[in-house]
Write a protein that binds this ligand. Structure first.
Ligand code: MN
Length: 320
């Protein structure tokens, strides 16, 4: 029997450092229309409640900007992912900024607390910062630290106020499961733009990163085979796809933090397709399209939609 897919739309851009990611899913829908596709008619999206109006207010937590609103988004996305999995559907999350993934991981663990979760993170960035190490305070750089329950205090660069500290603890403890993933159950693809505290943490935790070069040398297929072998102890897998994993010079600058020397769209698609050969994949997320930053009209969304359309049939074959 085919798996039913439930598309969750998260338009929160509170975690991003630049404005406009909340238009990312709208841009994706425009790409579908322009391609003459009825994808979103056949597959309607279900938006969670967001709080982007907070951007009009003064930010009071510089070490983790808008963390109060982000806490509510984490809860909403977690609740929806949890519900979707409990109904035995496949949650496909289309999100604006990558902080969404922290809520997604919480929801997966909340729905399936006895299953060991592996995460494949396809991204130019490590997203391993905490309020204690982030130079910007942008929470879209922190979702994996919330999942790993990792403050990275040895590499702390700043003090954090009481309110931020408390809310950060709440993020890490969401669903009452801490940590939600173990470092050995996390694999990076394409991470190439990190800060020193993240590098030191990644080294300490021994998180494997398949660089763009390594993937080209070994081939995508064998890199993914190696990944699935590394994650063979996991019962279930989640794929988090940040569009900035792709080369910004090749695709476009239509994403919050564009980085050159990334994957081609074809390579990114192949990585995801090969990962979906494993029946353990129970959730997929795509993030960080920002059409207001696009230097080639709507190219980033067009590219992301093409990938989405090509990988979509594979979600239906997942059986776990
Ligand atoms: Mn990211």
């Amino acid at each position: 029997m085919e798996k039913e897919i439930y598309i969750i739309e998260n338009n929160s851009e509170l975690g991003a450092g630049t404005r406009g990611a909340s238009l990312g899913i709208s841009a994706l829908k425009i790409s579908a229309l322009n391609a003459g596709s009825s994808f979103f008619k056949e597959n309607p999206t279900h938006a969670i409640e967001t709080y982007n109006e907070l951007l009009l207010e003064k930010n009071l937590t510089p070490e983790a900007i808008r963390i109060d609103g982000i806490q509510k988004v984490y809860q909403n996305i977690s609740n929806q992912v949890k519900l979707t999995l409990k109904e035995n559907k496949f949650p496909l999350v289309l999100a604006s900024d990558h902080s969404s993934a922290g809520g997604t991981i919480a929801g997966i663990r909340g729905a399936l607390p006895n299953k060991k979760l592996g995460v494949v993170w396809i991204d130019a960035h490590g997203d391993l910062h905490s309020p204690y190490t982030s130079p910007t305070g942008n929470v879209h750089g922190m979702p994996l630290a919330t999942a790993l329950n990792e403050d990275n205090i040895p590499n702390k660069i700043k003090e954090v106020d009481e309110k931020t500290k408390q809310t950060w603890e709440n993020l890490k403890n969401l669903e009452g499961i801490t940590p939600k993933i173990l470092p050995e159950d996390l694999v990076f693809f394409g991470v190439r733009d990190t800060e020193q505290p993240e590098d030191k943490l990644r080294k300490r935790l021994g998180i494997k990163n398949f660089t763009v070069e390594e993937c080209r040398e070994k081939g995508i297929k064998s890199s993914v085979v190696e990944t699935l072998d590394l994650l063979s102890n996991c019962d279930i897998l989640y794929i988090s796809f940040d569009v900035d994993s792709m080369d910004c010079n090749l695709v476009s600058y239509g994403t919050g933090t564009p980085v050159p020397n990334g994957f081609t769209p074809g390579e990114a698609e192949d990585i995801i397709k090969e990962l979906l050969q494993s029946e353990k994949v129970i959730c997929f997320e795509m993030v960080e399209i920002n059409p207001t930053l696009d230097n080639k009209q709507n190219k980033m969304a067009d590219t992301a939609f093409e990938i989405l359309e090509n990988i979509f049939p594979l979600f239906k074959t997942q059986t776990v």
